[in-house]
Design a protein around this ligand. Sequence first.
Ligand SMILES: Cc1ncc(COP(=O)(O)O)c(C=O)c1O
Length: 397
Amino acid sequence: MSSAQMHPNRRGSAIPASATLTISARARRMTDDGLDVINLGVGQPDFPTAPHIVEAAKRALDGGAHGYTPTAGTLALREAVAAELSASAGSDYDPSTVFVANGAKQCLHNLMQVLVDPGDEVILPAPYWVSYVPMVNLAGGEVKVVPTHIADGFKLTPEKLRETLTPRSRVLVLNSPSNPTGAAYTKDDLRALEDVVLAHPRLAVLSDEIYRKLTYDGFEHVSFARLSPEAASRTLVVDGLSKAYAMTGWRIGYAAGPPEVIAAAIRYQDHTTSCASAASQAAAIAALTGPQDPVATMRAAFTRRRAAMLERFDAIEGVAVHPPQGAFYAFCDLRGLGPLGEDDGAFCERLLEEALVAAVPGFAFGAPGHMRISFACSMSRLLTAMDRLASFIAAAT
Ligand SMILES: Cc1ncc(COP(=O)(O)O)c(C=O)c1O
């Protein structure tokens, strides 16, 4: 078939490639070509899923879990999610306020589809995770980016939020801890935003908490939903098993919030993908209700790597790094490097070609002049990558 005859429509043509997936694919091709590339572009833990979780999936398959489940997920999994969220988010969730999907990504997409009308504004603090913008565009919404800076700890302030809101504002996306910055909102930070949110009756908070169990230096994650019953009634909490339980390939995410919105998201899913995999759902129950020490072990490893990485950054002049309170990324401001750091795309291109280190340029997160590196790789590879980064900068400046 001649490809000249068939084109995607305008919507299809406008969907950008994911910068993070593109970098990882390129790093993988270079590795396949025999190059010793260290991939710090990755967004997944370098740990296997814990054996008791894998066993639960095997048992489910041996026991005949081969068919569809309810679209929203099995009752057992929704009960496990509701119980866990009620304990940690501090609000009362029951299974009817929860749905399960193929990853937090699908939850976020479904929710954008059922919350945002064409022309509605979605408030997005930058730096932001790469997929929010296409999700908003696919829902016909308009993205209103609010830049945040290293000096504010990359957090949205109530003043900035107040200035940004208009009668068309429909959704505020809060991602704490954040991908890409690792910034996390304290209870006081959230309380300061709460008054502004509650003063806008149309505004929903889409609270992406997928890194909430991976925090450092004793940082205690708080959900916006936990602030008050009013805040809970405006909040859609999104989380998933991918990061905290090293289960990216199992594709299980969940969301909880006001029942009418959740019911609409389930109807949307009824007609798009139906349920998540039955065996993965069984594994997710084991993850949420079983021993939590694999999460603690992984967090401890990330804590050590984070400390070592920050120490190395101290010795690199011209690169400012925000110490992440959560997630497994460091977001670096390259602009202190002069001309070398101004074009983050070119910087990352050269870093990959000349130093064999893959990192994601800040423009992908709405923050040109920056770069994201992931510390989801072994300590020895991370330290080698930091040596390569330091030598590359020393030679190039
Ligand atoms: C901030 C954020 N939200 C959501 C997701 C989606 O995760 P998943 O679909 O694997 O649950 C990711 C994955 O990188 C993420 O970083």
